[in-house]
Design a protein around this ligand. Structure first.
Ligand SMILES: [Zn+2]
Length: 403
């Protein structure tokens, strides 16, 4: 089995689950930090392990342009290349092609686009996006989709949704024919749970205990349909009909008001199978990710915690902190008194403010470590609350009036 999803406690629509994929067992709902170019900017892999990151995200578009798929494939995929033995998910490249390319040309075949690095011309189709993601070797990969722009007329949203459905079928077909080509064959150095460097083996080598034998990647489908609830319903039902081991809700956080995002998520979730993982792509603030998890979303990713950290914007239990402000110049207190991360345990707000003001690299590193911890802790708290909710319901049923 390449993927298993077991649901534990539930509380209303929210659920706590265990997602078992070739490179790890992940407690859900989970937040996945974004490592666009095979790096969560500023944070080494051993620190990510220490923070408890179980799965991270790579961006196919960026890795395809630099260093190129073939380079990564030859080194055993992203796991070998970046020396990360835990789980990885890659996006299909579709979203970046649409968001970074004003000169893109979309046809039934696929998308022609220009590199944002050197202007060179490239082409992504459902087939080539699958080929790229198989070369990258993430545990979970995504079908090639068109991210419908916002706002869009209903007819435009429908046409885009129909094409995403056809692309989903083509993605699945290519994946089924090539999924044994995942490059998990190399030996690579990796830190074990105690932080010791060990040589690991993959797929074809039985010295791994054979655990990964016959395992491969899993391909998730993506629901589109713009902001139209009826189109979202149709997209969900027809994507489920094609059949995937997990489903993503795409095309959100594209400039629409937050209330609308929430409405689309809630109504789309109703049409996704309860026994499969549900992944909401590219959201949100700590409040939003915890709200979506309470609505029944299992997986989320967002560049916000890492990007904001590099700009000195920190999420804390006492609200947002803009560390550049002069009021922190003499502040000896920790960034967040309720955070146990290695930054809050050791450094003062005054020091973080100084690092930011003097543009020291360490400032970006420490800020990112705190923000990622804050997001992971937010999800831990949600999982705990769901478990408590179920227990409380069970107890109140036990102690209820006897018939
Ligand atoms: Zn902290």
């Amino acid at each position: 089995m390449s993927i298993q999803f077991q649901i534990g406690a539930t509380d209303g629509p929210a659920r706590v689950g265990r997602l078992t994929i070739p490179h790890g067992v992940i407690e859900t709902p989970v937040f996945m930090p974004v490592g666009t170019l095979a790096s969560v900017k500023g944070v080494p892999q051993d620190v990510l392990e220490e923070l408890g990151v179980e799965i991270l995200l790579g961006n196919t578009y960026h890795l395809y342009l630099r260093p190129g798929i073939e380079t990564i494939r030859r080194m055993g995929g992203l796991h070998g290349f970046m020396s990360w033995d835990r789980a990885i998910l890659t996006d299909s490249g579709g979203f970046q092609v649409f968001s970074l390319n004003e000169l893109r040309k979309v046809s039934e075949d696929g998308v022609t686009f220009r590199s944002h690095l050197d202007g060179s011309s490239h082409f992504f189709s459902p087939e080539s996006a699958m080929e790229a993601q198989i070369g990258l070797g993430a545990d979970i990969i995504m079908a090639f989709d068109e991210c419908t722009e916002y706002p869009a007329e209903r007819e435009r949203a429908r046409a885009s949704m129909e094409m995403t459905l056809r692309w989903a079928e083509r993605s699945k077909k290519y994946f089924e024919e090539h999924k044994n080509e995942v490059p998990w064959r190399t030996r690579y150095l990796s830190a074990d749970r105690e932080g010791k460097q060990v040589l690991r083996f993959a797929q074809d080598d039985n010295s791994d205990g054979g655990d990964r034998h016959y395992q491969t990647q899993s391909l998730f489908g993506i629901v589109q349909g713009g902001m139209d609830l009826e189109l979202r319903r149709e997209s969900a039902l027809r994507t489920v009909e094609i059949g995937f081991p997990g489903y993503a809700i795409g095309g959100l956080s594209v400039g629409e008001p937050r209330e609308l995002t929430r409405e689309v998520v809630e109504s789309t979730l109703e049409h996704l199978p309860a026994d499969k993982p549900r992944y909401l792509m590219g959201v949100g603030t700590p409040e939003e990710i915890s709200e979506y998890a309470r609505m029944g979303v299992d997986m989320m990713d967002c560049v916000l915690p890492t990007r904001a950290a590099r700009h000195g914007l920190l999420f804390t239990s006492e609200g947002k902190v803009s560390i550049k402000q002069a009021r922190y110049t003499q502040d000896e207190g920790p960034l967040d008194p309720n955070c146990g991360c290695l930054v809050c345990r050791r450094y003062s707000r005054a020091y973080l403010r100084h690092l930011y003001a003097s543009n020291e690299l360490l400032g970006q590193v420490l800020n990112t470590i705190h923000n990622v911890t804050y997001y992971l802790d937010t999800m831990r708290a949600v999982r705990h609350a769901i478990q408590l909710g179920e227990r409380a319901r069970f107890l109140s049923e036990q102690s209820g009036p006897k018939p």
